[in-house]
Design a protein around this ligand. Structure first.
Ligand code: HPA
Length: 235
């Protein structure tokens, strides 16, 4: 068995898959947190691994950047590989003074400026949300591990470079905590297929606060916080 973008066999993936944007980060997760690891996909370099965390079978695979990319990979994992939950572990730009660079966001929902959802032909505007059970377990786990994490709304944008330099302020005025490029597509895909998803994000750069971007050391620590929360709540 395989799909156009995945060469894994039936049963190669765990029920829960951690999805960083960067496939090399999936490799990092596999090599540093999982035991008895196997490479299960490398089509187009989108590395996917399966191993064990505290005896629990867990997978990690890259999603690529943007809604079309994560939605495609998530669709195949959910539909063809029996995956039940996907946890995006990524970075975002900060829109709120309440969450500085290095802060963690547990995405309750994801607004979007993407036209991608139009393919569902809904007679209105869908509100992409994360799975409440996963979200509440992530909140509890963060508390138990002593990791500060903010819960709230984010924006999944189709643009990293945008001609509308002021547009972000309107989202920030609506209480949106930060911007990335994937979660809305992941949440819609999960909803459509009756599956579960959550996004855990680290603020890597900031639109409001005059802070330096994350250093590589800080990136490592916050990455560790995100990955620990994700692995602990994996089912
Ligand atoms: N925009 C979009 N995606 C991002 C950003 C950003 O500023 N930072 C990290 N991911």
């Amino acid at each position: 068995m395989s799909t156009p973008h995945n060469r894994a066999e039936n049963g190669d993936f765990a029920k829960t898959v951690l999805m960083p944007g960067d496939p090399l980060r999936a490799k990092f997760i596999a090599e540093n947190y999982l035991e008895d690891v196997r490479l299960v996909n490398d089509v187009r370099g989108m590395l996917g691994y399966t191993g064990y965390y505290k005896g629990k079978k867990v997978s990690a695979m890259g999603s690529g950047m943007g809604i079309p990319s994560i939605s495609l990979y998530a669709h195949e994992l959910y539909s063809f590989y029996g995956v039940e939950s996907i946890i995006r572990v990524g970075t975002c730009g900060g829109y709120s003074e309440k969450v500085p660079v290095g802060g963690l966001i547990l995405a309750q929902a994801a607004c979007t400026n993407s036209a991608w959802m139009q393919s569902y032909s809904l007679p209105g505007t869908y509100a992409p949300i994360s799975d409440f059970g996963m979200l509440s377990r992530a909140v509890k786990t963060a508390e138990e591990l002593g990791i500060r994490a903010s819960v709230g709304n984010i924006l999944s944008s189709d643009e990293f470079y945008t001609p509308d330099a002021e547009g972000w302020k309107k989202w920030a005025a609506m209480g949106v905590l930060g911007v990335e490029m994937e979660s809305a597509g992941l949440f819609c895909t999960a909803a459509y297929l009756g599956k579960k998803a959550l996004s855990i994000l680290t603020v890597s750069d900031h639109f409001v606060l005059d802070q330096a971007d994350l250093t590589s050391d800080e990136r490592q620590t916050t990455l560790d916080d995100m990955i620990r929360i994700a692995l602990e709540i994996a089912e």
